[in-house]
Design a protein around this ligand. Structure first.
Ligand SMILES: *[C@@H]1O[C@H](CO)[C@@H](O)[C@H](O)[C@H]1NC(C)=O
Ligand SMILES: *[C@@H]1O[C@H](CO)[C@@H](O)[C@H](O)[C@H]1NC(C)=O
Ligand SMILES: *[C@@H]1O[C@H](CO)[C@@H](O)[C@H](O)[C@H]1NC(C)=O
Length: 157
């Protein structure tokens, strides 16, 4: 499976860094570690070295607004009021997973109406925002890029 994932990632991504991690313990249906990896693959090809560009930070390409909606998750013992607390968390793979988790706890639902709540819905939530997640992703250029990348990682879910 690892080999298959690696070769799939190589097809559309110049750089693919994969971290293998444990789940965080809070139950959100079908939010497995492989789903996290797929969501970060879709966002940035899982570039764990991605800092911030134009207000979007880290391997999941998280914005400050997203971080606020997610419940202002920070690195251990950091203060959410500190200016760059959100960026430092978003740039850290483990910490940014907790941001994603917080956001999906709030907005997680069956966005495409297929009767299951799974990683595809979580991708729609990240792509469209929690409030408008039902919008088909294929309507925009960026959304079509996301769908293409999702195809590359969905087999590993
Ligand atoms: C992050 O998201 C922004 C806004 O959607 C996009 O313009 C940018 O290309 C993304 N960054 C990466 C590294 O994919
Ligand atoms: C999780 O995903 C599986 C496979 O897509 C599906 O059978 C199951 O119903 C999903 N769980 C929920 C709560 O939707
Ligand atoms: C976009 O996706 C929707 C829902 O998945 C589908 O019904 C529609 O045919 C798609 N449109 C295009 C242009 O692929």
């Amino acid at each position: 499976m690892i080999t298959r994932l690696r070769s799939a990632l190589a097809t559309s991504c110049f750089l693919a860094a994969i971290l293998w991690t444990n789940t965080t313990g809070v139950f959100i249906p079908n939010l497995s570690d492989s789903c996290y990896r797929c969501l970060c693959h879709v966002a940035t090809c899982c570039q764990t070295s991605h800092g911030c560009t134009a207000g979007y930070c880290g391997p999941f390409n998280i914005s400050r607004i997203y971080w606020i909606d997610a419940g202002k998750v920070t690195l251990p013992e950091d203060d959410p009021k500190r200016n760059h607390a959100w960026k430092d968390c978003a740039r850290d793979y483990q910490c940014s997973k907790r941001i994603i988790e917080g956001y999906l706890q709030k907005f997680g639902k069956d966005c495409n109406g297929d009767g299951v709540t799974n990683c595809f819905d979580y991708m729609m939530i990240n792509g469209n925002g929690g409030y408008g997640c039902t919008l088909p992703l294929n309507r925009s250029l960026n959304g079509r890029k996301w769908l293409e990348r999702y195809e590359e990682c969905r087999h590993s879910l």
